[in-house]
Design a binder for this molecule. Structure first.
Ligand code: PMP
Length: 424
């Protein structure tokens, strides 16, 4: 019944499409994919009849789509506080954005990354055989994160091109990382920094200039827009100097046969260089629509509301002695509306399944594509749950995986109340 058609809830700017309605399902898994805003859906529906392929000709639909695509790029650049020289490249997702950045790193770049990162920001770098990756141990305070990075950077000097990759908000604990301080440390040692803003951008303003990061990566589907699109925004030089991420039409400006029989290619130096093929114009337009909606609504109100809700979740869970909330930075850590926990004596997957089946509550269970982090947080070797085949943790034993609750725009009080009632 969860898959029954859900009625649209009204036309306010920030009404998520699938919250509430006929099927009273409490979607508390925003960190995996946030519900689409009604406003985004409306914008896409208004444009859909005029959909055409971008950059492909003088036809009206193609021209209109090209305009919307390029305007979307400008809207997103503004949303992120990009400078005039920065580029906004459309990708499929955060994962794709970070793999793109890995692909364009200058030769022999040294990368620094905390072991606590999501696999999307942990793993792309070693795909490059010439890139040396320094994995940094999990810090237990934000200050320790800065000190650890500072020390690692200093110890390995001198080096050529260097990159630090860090998440803005953890997809497991929801905890905020000291991005500005990490960026300052990186720059002080001549390194650049990319911010994985997959979990930060939906909950906080992300200003590339103010945070002083070199690139930002995020996904549309976590920012209240669906359609398989993401963004890598930031400094143009490495992007322009590298070979195109994908070779093909759209990325090439001029292709000609050489007299020796080969082919010469002049590649674009704009974002189009890394966007070969027919781009996902609806995805780009949906992200821009979400950016406009969030800007109009104002982050101050969104952050305040979300903090109120996540504080209630935390306080409610604190009343249940069997519940342990997972935290890297301690009880006082600032976090977005994301929180993970384990319940003594319960396999987390069974617990999450019970929340869904018995209470209509959707949460995430597992290791959240951040195995080293979850291992640190659980203090044990985690096991990917074979769904119902995973062993129960006996009372007093540590859980093997965790449960994550996450919320955001449109989460009603009732969903939090129901969740806490169900856990209790
Ligand atoms: N980074 C973080 C912090 C994430 O939470 C996620 C998604 N769980 C990703 C990267 C990857 O995003 P996507 O799956 O959209 O590529």
């Amino acid at each position: 019944s969860v898959c029954a058609p859900l009625p649209v809830l009204g036309r306010d700017v920030l009404v998520p499409l699938v919250t509430g309605g006929e099927v009273d399902y409490a979607a508390l898994d925003y960190a995996a994919s946030a519900p689409t805003l009604q406003r985004v859906w409306d914008d896409v529906a208004a444009y859909a009849p005029y959909y055409g392929s971008v950059h492909r000709g003088a036809g009206y639909l193609s021209q209109l789509s090209t305009d919307l695509f390029e305007n979307s790029r400008r809207t997103i650049a503004e949303f992120l506080g990009c400078g005039t020289e920065d580029q906004v490249v459309f990708t499929r997702s955060t994962t794709d954005s970070l793999n793109l950045l890995a692909a364009v790193l200058p030769q022999d770049t040294r990368v620094f990354v905390f072991e606590t990162e999501h696999h999307a920001s942990l793993l792309p770098w070693e795909q490059r055989a010439d890139v040396a990756v320094t994995y940094l141990n999990a810090p237990r305070t934000p200050q320790q994160a800065v000190d650890t990075l500072e020390k690692a950077l200093a110890e390995r000097e001198p080096y050529g091109p260097a990159l630090v990759c860090v998440t803005g908000a953890s997809n497991v604990t929801g905890e905020l990382w000291p991005v500005r301080e990490l960026a300052a440390a990186a720059h002080a040692h001549g390194a650049r920094i990319v911010l994985d803003a997959a979990q930060l951008a939906p909950h906080h303003p992300v200003d590339i200039t103010e945070l002083d990061v070199d690139w930002v990566a995020f996904s549309g589907h976590k920012l209240y827009a669906p359609f398989g699109a993401g963004v890598l925004a930031g400094r143009a030089d490495w992007l322009q100097a590298a070979a195109p991420y994908l070779a093909g039409g759209g990325a090439s400006r001029k292709v000609s046969r050489r007299t020796d029989g080969g082919v010469d290619v002049e590649w674009h130096t704009t974002a189009a260089r890394h966007e070969a093929g027919s781009p996902n114009v609806i995805g780009a337009y949906a992200i821009a629509s979400a950016c406009r909606a969030l800007t109009e609504a104002g982050f101050d109100g969104l952050v305040a509301r979300e903090q109120e809700l996540i504080t209630r979740v935390r306080e409610g869970l604190a009343e249940v002695p069997e519940v342990n909330v997972l935290s890297l930075f301690g009880d006082d850590a600032a976090r977005v509306g994301v929180l993970s926990f384990v319940v003594e004596g319960w396999n987390s997957s069974h617990f999450a399944a019970a929340l869904s089946a018995e209470y209509g509550i959707g949460v995430r269970d597992g290791l959240f594509c951040a195995h080293p982090l979850v291992r640190t947080l659980l203090g044990s070797e985690p096991q990917e749950p074979g769904e119902c085949g995973a062993p129960e943790a006996a009372p007093g034993e540590r859980s093997l995986n965790a449960i994550r609750v996450s919320l955001g725009v449109g989460t009603p009080d009732e969903h939090v109340d129901r969740f806490l009632r169900a856990v209790k």
